[in-house]
Structures are given as structure tokens and as C-alpha cells.
Design a protein around this ligand. Structure first.
Ligand SMILES: [Mn+2]
Length: 241
């Protein structure tokens, strides 16, 4: 049987090291590669590129996966930078926004993680808390640092009859490694999981024929020792279409 080709939008890393001649490297966290392989998919990396190439990239894949990383550039949702804004990459933002729009246009399923979910929301017209300090009801630790985020630290409540419910049940534990979060949700998305303090932890498409699933946590860091996290990759690669 033909394997589904999963395009993983890559990040760039500057290796300040003489052995590597101070080059830039294109990479994806290994957990995404392993999770997709384990699910029977064929992962390929989509390097940060001119947004005009998004249509060709999306044509060459079956499904799109957006990973974590930098904060989303706030002027993309018409805000000035908050003092607690972290590192941003406008090149990555604009390329990934083009990938999302093109995947929707070509009717290819999308799975987003952490920053990917935040960027998805911004692409579709939503806004973010640039830092959780801006969220008036903030009372859960969403950035596990300095603990290694390889286990579920905070709970989530999952909406019944959502894409997530058959995989996670009504309540589950997830890891958490974010200081930004969804503020105003895009109209075309619906929330399907929340942390105890009300922060949106997962979303899906309001229009059921558009296959979009986004999570705020990091399944790529827990999928090896938490079968429900691997089930996210399995469902996305094998069934989500
Ligand atoms: Mn969280």
C-alpha cells in the first residue's frame, strides 16, 4: 500500500560552531520523524522557502504537519510586540501561513503542534496572548521548564464528539511547553480541549470536510512512552482524510 507522504514544515538553526563553518541548518525535532515513521507514514521536510513555492510543496505531499518553535510575529495579528515576546521568525511565519492556506485550498489534512496551532489560528484570523501573563485567569504552569517535557504534567478536558475524544477520552494529562496561547479563536475553528484555567489546548475545523487538528502540547516528546500521544500520529497519518 502506498504510504502517505507527510510534509513537516522545518525550522532553521544557526550552529555557532567552527566545525560546521557557522552555517544555518534546516531541521525538525526527531520526535516528529519517529512518530510519523511509527505511524507508517513517509515524513519529508519542507524547508523555509519563498511563500510562492507553497503550492508546489503542498502538491507534492499528502498531509501537512506544523511543528513547534518560535513565537508568532505579533504584527500578523495587528499587535505591537509585548515585552515578554520571545524569538520570532517572519520568514518561517509567512511560509507556513502560505502552506496552511494552500493545504486548505488543495483539501489536504493539517495537523499542528504548539506554535503550529498558534500560527494556524492567526492564519485563519484569530489572535494570541503574546505571553500568558496577559491572560487574566492564568493559574496553570504551561511552561514545564526546567522539567523535561516527556510526560503529561497538566490535565485537559476534552470535548465529547470531537476528533480528540476517541483517542484521549474526556480527561487526559498532557505535557506543556508554551508561554503563548490562543486568545480569540478563528471563526473557522472550534475548541475541543481546555486546560483547568480555560486555556484552549486543542482545536479542529468547524467545517467537518476540512481536516484540521491542532494541539497546544508536544506529542512528539511523549509518543514513545505514552500510547495516546502516538495514537495522534497514527490517526493523522492513517485515518485523517
Ligand atoms: Mn498547556
Amino acid at each position: 500500500m502506498k504510504k502517505n507522504i507527510i510534509g513537516i514544515a522545518a525550522n532553521q538553526h544557526y550552529q555557532n560552531n567552527q566545525d560546521f563553518f557557522d552555517q544555518q541548518f534546516t531541521y525538525s525535532p526527531q520526535g516528529f520523524i519517529d512518530g510519523v515513521h511509527q505511524a507508517g507514514g513517509l515524513p519529508i521536510l519542507l524547508p523555509i522557502s519563498d511563500p510562492e513555492l507553497a503550492s508546489d510543496y503542498i502538491t507534492s505531499i499528502d498531509k501537512l504537519l506544523l511543528a513547534g518553535g518560535q513565537d508568532v510575529t505579533p504584527f500578523l495579528y495587528n499587535e505591537e510586540p509585548h515585552p515578554k515576546l520571545g524569538q520570532t521568525s517572519i520568514d518561517r511565519d509567512t511560509f507556513e501561513m502560505a502552506l496552511i492556506k494552500e493545504a486548505i485550498k488543495q483539501n489536504k489534512p493539517i495537523f499542528t503542534v504548539c506554535r503550529g496551532t498558534q500560527l494556524l489560528n492567526v492564519t485563519l484570523g484569530g489572535t494570541l496572548y503574546q505571553d500568558l501573563a496577559q491572560y487574566p485567569d492564568w493559574e496553570v504552569k504551561h511552561d514545564m521548564f526546567p522539567t523535561v517535557p516527556d510526560f503529561g504534567l497538566h490535565s485537559i478536558t476534552v470535548k465529547s464528539e470531537s476528533t480528540l475524544a476517541p483517542l484521549f477520552g474526556e480527561r487526559a494529562q498532557v505535557n506543556s511547553y508554551h508561554h503563548q496561547a490562543i486568545k480569540d479563536l478563528a471563526e473557522s475553528l472550534v475548541p475541543i480541549a481546555w486546560a483547568h484555567d480555560g486555556i484552549i489546548e486543542a482545536v479542529e475545523s468547524r467545517e467537518k470536510n476540512t481536516k484540521i487538528l491542532g494541539v497546544q502540547w508536544h506529542p512528539e516528546l511523549t509518543h514513545k512512552n505514552d500510547s495516546k500521544e502516538q495514537s495522534l500520529f497514527d490517526y493523522f497519518v492513517q485515518n485523517f482524510e
